[in-house]
Design a protein around this ligand. Structure first.
Ligand SMILES: C[S@@+](CC[C@H](N)C(=O)[O-])C[C@H]1O[C@@H](n2cnc3c(N)ncnc32)[C@H](O)[C@@H]1O
Length: 297
């Protein structure tokens, strides 16, 4: 998501150095990960119906790309045709991505979020939202005065998953409240999930940790999606989240490519797709070994 764009800039990160570092990251990853046009997803994934992108999405720059308007139709298409029975989503926020999956197929969705939301190192909310003067702030919502407005933390407490609750879909959701790095997955067997969306914290460390968990938990032939993956250097120069995702994918690639039978960037989008390898992976250093060696779950 683009929500932390201005915040990261305001933290005084030097734009030229960031652009150069991220361009290098993009160059390092691009050769290994092909781009597949969104109109060709049906051929690549064996779906009967092609994806028809909105003309407004095709005509905009990737820098202006938005999750809700531009990536969500692609995610809905993938859920509608892949039809997972058990889906996992790292990073619930208000539940828009969870609702997309629930509405497009019959899946039960497991999803994680920090119970108290995400803050930047300076203490500012990562997902602030202004509340109009006089509006009622729900009990238990974390809020702060900011200038003349009240700002609430839209990824904490009551807000987490409110969209699937408001639609009466909560009976198909298992909401987990924790830092995903601390999530104990030892009770989940290998290959428990049909599909996973990695869209929680966007630092290299968190994305790499979520990726390791995802790869053990998704079944052979299952679908793994990473949001905020975009190899466009202009996007990297402007937005913090794709830089962390790119670094995590780059550093994980030596073992990750052996876990995947296919991987590609959907062009244009902020989405990376991976298909878990169907055959047995005999290599040392697979997701299972990495998880175990870290004392992880
Ligand atoms: C980009 S938003 C998720 C958007 C959501 N997937 C959707 O499609 O609407 C990222 C979410 O991840 C949460 N988050 C950040 N770091 C996390 C962590 N380490 N563990 C769990 N959740 C985390 C944030 O609180 C935020 O709600």
């Amino acid at each position: 998501m683009v929500v932390n764009d201005s915040t990261s800039r305001s933290r005084g990160m030097e734009a030229t150095a960031i652009a150069e570092a991220s361009a290098q990251t993009a160059r390092a990853v691009e050769p290994a990960i092909p781009a597949v046009p969104c109109e060709a997803l049906d051929e690549r994934l064996g779906f009967a119906v092609p994806f028809r992108p909105a003309p407004e999405s095709l005509s905009k720059s990737l820098v202006d790309w938005k999750m809700d308007a531009d990536d969500m139709p692609i995610l809905r298409y993938l859920y509608r045709h892949f039809r997972p029975r058990r889906h996992l989503e790292f990073g619930t926020w208000e539940g828009a991505g969870v609702v997309a999956c629930l509405e497009e197929c019959d899946a039960t969705v497991w999803t994680l979020n920090l119970p108290d939301g995400e803050c930047w190192p300076d203490g500012k909310y990562a997902y602030p939202r202004k509340v109009e003067p006089g509006a009622v702030v729900p009990a238990g919502v974390t809020s702060r005065p900011a200038d003349d407005d009240i700002v609430v933390q839209s990824d904490a407490g009551w807000f987490v998953g409110r969209l699937y609750r408001e639609k009466g879909l909560g009976h198909r959701v298992c909401q987990v409240y924790c830092d995903s790095r601390d999530w104990d997955t030892s009770s989940y067997p290998d290959g428990f999930f049909d599909s996973v969306l990695v869209d929680g914290g966007h630092t290299e460390e968190i994305v790499a940790s979520d990726t390791r968990k995802a790869m053990r938990l998704v079944r052979p032939g299952g679908l793994v999606l990473w949001h905020d993956f975009c190899p466009d250097p202009d996007v990297h120069a402007r937005c913090a989240s794709p830089r962390g995702v790119h670094r995590a994918i780059s550093t994980s690639w030596p073992w990750l490519e052996h876990e995947l039978q296919d991987a590609f960037w959907i062009k244009p989008s902020w989405l990376l797709v991976g298909i878990k390898r169907s055959g047995p992976d005999k290599r040392v250093g697979s997701a299972r070994d990495l998880d175990a060696s870290e004392g992880g779950s």
